[in-house]
Write a protein that binds this ligand. Structure first.
Ligand code: C2E
Ligand code: CA
Ligand code: CA
Length: 576
């Protein structure tokens, strides 16, 4: 019921007002002077106040001044009642915040009209205020749960989504999978794309993940990290199968303007409730699982397990052992032949490191190179590879004089300030002519400091050294971008070459890559050729050189010499 406070010292007027208002269904309260009026207003918080001006113990101006100073009573509609209708006192009341004036004597109609008008206005104001508050809090809630730049849900939103799902499946046997995604190439791709396209790229990743979440949700966590809650799933194995399948979401490239971006995520998975019950724990476990994955490995999905702690310990001990591996001569270089498809002769060999650990045996470079790269070890190890490979070529008596030796250069090596000097020194010391050396770098290297890379590559190429772009197709892969650099060779990543013969889409793509590379004056090497069918396919689309198990796996220096560098000329049969 609407409550109206009447503050009036003259009993007749006060009672008259009470009658008028209660007859209309209002609840009335009455005060006989200003002081009582203020107290009553503060206690009862009426919906409207009608107040006389001339009263004992605090006049009407004192009342309105006191009430307008306190937030709770500040906005209560206030109508003055006065016999004084001179302009000055009207102005004074309005200045203090009165909403209307009623002059005595008044008719019931005048009172009710004024009261209703004030109440209507107050209601409208309250509604407006409430809708503004509602709007603001919705907005704040959105900001709290979304990334400001991309508008994608953030960690807070995903935690809430997880809680909702947990509540829904509590007491059942259902499972949720929490997935953590990291895209190693994303930081450098974004640097190359610029901010607008970067936002669009992240949004597209977000859309793909959302679509794959099987009713769960996704979050954009930071620069190159995403997370997803999948499920609920009725069985553990179903949750695992879903998580395994998520990697396929990135099989197709993301297209932005004229860029086709192939992204390879590393995915870590933790399952509720078997691996943990809290969102934070599961996310941490999923992240740990992803961290253990090798760089661009064949299996991009890794499940959390309790022995993951063991794996982290293993990594630390491997790092310690890596420090001594050079001194202890535990490294070797294997050589994988590269075959010229037109002439069927040896075009070159790629030097690939092997680490024969005294206890752990043969450790894959895919495992130890990232560790070396994360520490300062990569630079001295890389220099050793370069020197040893150059020396080796000089020692093979029948290695064709036009065949190259390809050496991988990691991003850290490329960024080392004395790289140019090291290369000059190694070539001088081993006597290998610069035009027989090829350095393989990845696009990531180019993106780190474009102008520095441009100068260095130009300088190297001018000296006769060949520069190959390794693992092309995975990541940024823009020909326009490549044309800015002095390059000689494009190595198409083996993920495009694998099963090429049975994948028409990849054939079109690889054919286009070859065509464009040729237009830029680059030679093309296809990596990972394993079957005759894939080889034939590459031949038909004019690939220049192939490398892969079909001809030979990487071989020790001795085995390579026997197979490829022992006789002056090799026929196709002998190459196979
Ligand atoms: P990468 O440079 O892409 O080298 C090609 C990898 O593909 C080699 O793996 C090679 O053994 C493998 N491979 C060759 N033919 C086939 C095939 O037909 N099928 C399949 N499935 N794989 C094939 P590997 O030797 O294990 O080396 C892995 C990666 O480690 C290399 O990839 C390279 O990134 C890195 N790496 C190896 N040696 C060095 C090095 O001396 N310096 C640096 N910076 N990185 C190195
Ligand atoms: Ca390589
Ligand atoms: Ca490669």
């Amino acid at each position: 019921m609407t409550k109206i406070l009447i503050i009036e010292d003259e009993p007749f007027i006060r009672e008259n007002l009470e009658d008028i208002l209660s007859l209309e269904g209002f609840e009335t309260l009455a005060a006989t002077d200003g002081l009582v009026g203020i107290q009553l207003a503060q206690q009862a918080l009426p919906d409207l106040i009608i107040c006389d001006i001339m009263m004992p113990y605090g006049d009407g101006y004192d009342v309105i001044t006191a009430l307008r100073e306190v937030p709770q009573t500040e906005a209560i509609p206030f109508i003055f009642l006065t016999a004084k209708a001179d302009r000055a006192s009207l102005r004074q009341g309005m200045t203090l915040g009165a909403d209307d004036y009623l002059t005595k004597p008044f008719t019931p109609q005048e009172v009710l009209e004024s009261v209703r008008a004030r109440l209507r206005k107050a209601t409208a104001q309250t509604q407006l205020y409430q809708s503004q508050i509602h709007h603001l809090s919705t907005e704040l809630e959105f900001h709290r749960a979304h990334d400001a730049l991309t508008g994608l849900p953030n960690r807070v939103a995903l935690a809430a989504c997880f809680q909702t799902l947990i509540t829904r499946i509590r007491g059942t046997q259902q499972h949720l999978a929490l997935l953590y995604f990291t895209f190693d190439q994303l930081a450098s791709i974004r640097a190359a794309l610029g901010s607008d396209l970067s936002v669009a790229l992240v949004q597209q990743i977000g859309q793909r993940l959302t679509a794959a979440s099987q009713g769960g949700g996704m979050a954009y966590i930071s620069d190159h990290q995403f997370a997803m809650v999948m499920g609920p799933s009725p069985t553990l194995s179903q949750a695992q199968t879903w998580a395994e399948a998520v990697a396929q979401v990135f099989d197709a490239p993301i297209t932005l303007e004229d860029h086709n971006l192939f992204l390879i995520p590393k995915i870590g998975v933790a399952i509720y409730p078997q691996d943990g019950v809290s969102f934070d724990t599961l996310l941490l476990e999923a992240e740990m699982a992803a961290t253990g994955l090798p760089e661009q490995g064949d299996r991009p999905v890794s499940f959390y397990s309790t022995d993951l702690h063991q794996q982290v310990k293993y990594r630390f001990s491997m790092e310690a052992d890596l420090h001594h591996a050079l001194d202890r001569q535990e490294f070797q270089i294997y050589y994988q032949p590269q075959i010229d498809l037109k002439t069927q002769t040896l075009a070159g060999a790629e030097a690939l490191m092997r680490w024969f650990h005294p206890v752990r045996g043969n450790i894959s470079p895919a495992h130890f190179i990232p560790i070396a790269e994360a520490t300062d070890l990569m630079v001295p190890i890389g220099e050793w590879v370069l020197r040893t490979a150059c020396e080796q070529v000089q020692r093979w008596p029948h290695y064709p004089t036009n065949a190259l030796i390809s050496v991988n250069l990691s991003p850290r090596q490329f960024a080392a300030p004395d790289l140019r000097e090291t290369i000059t020194q190694v070539l001088a010391q081993t006597g290998l002519p610069p035009h027989r050396l090829e350095l393989e770098i990845t696009e990531t290297v180019l993106m780190q400091d474009t102008s520095l890379a441009q100068h260095l590559l130009r300088d190297l190429k001018d000296s006769g050294i060949h520069i190959a772009i390794d693992d092309f197709g995975v990541g940024y892969s823009s020909f326009q971008y490549l044309s800015q650099f002095a390059l000689s060779t494009l190595k198409i990543d083996r993920c495009f070459v694998h099963h090429l013969a049975s994948r028409p889409k990849n054939q079109t793509l690889v054919a286009a890559m070859i065509q464009m590379a040729h237009d830029l004056g680059l030679k093309v090497v296809a990596e990972g050729v394993e079957t005759e069918a894939d080889l034939a396919c590459l031949q038909s689309i004019e690939c220049d050189i192939v490398q892969g198990y079909w001809y030979s796996p990487p071989l020790s220096a001795e085995a390579f010499e026997q197979g490829y560098a022992a006789t002056p000329s090799a026929t196709r049969q002998s190459l196979r």
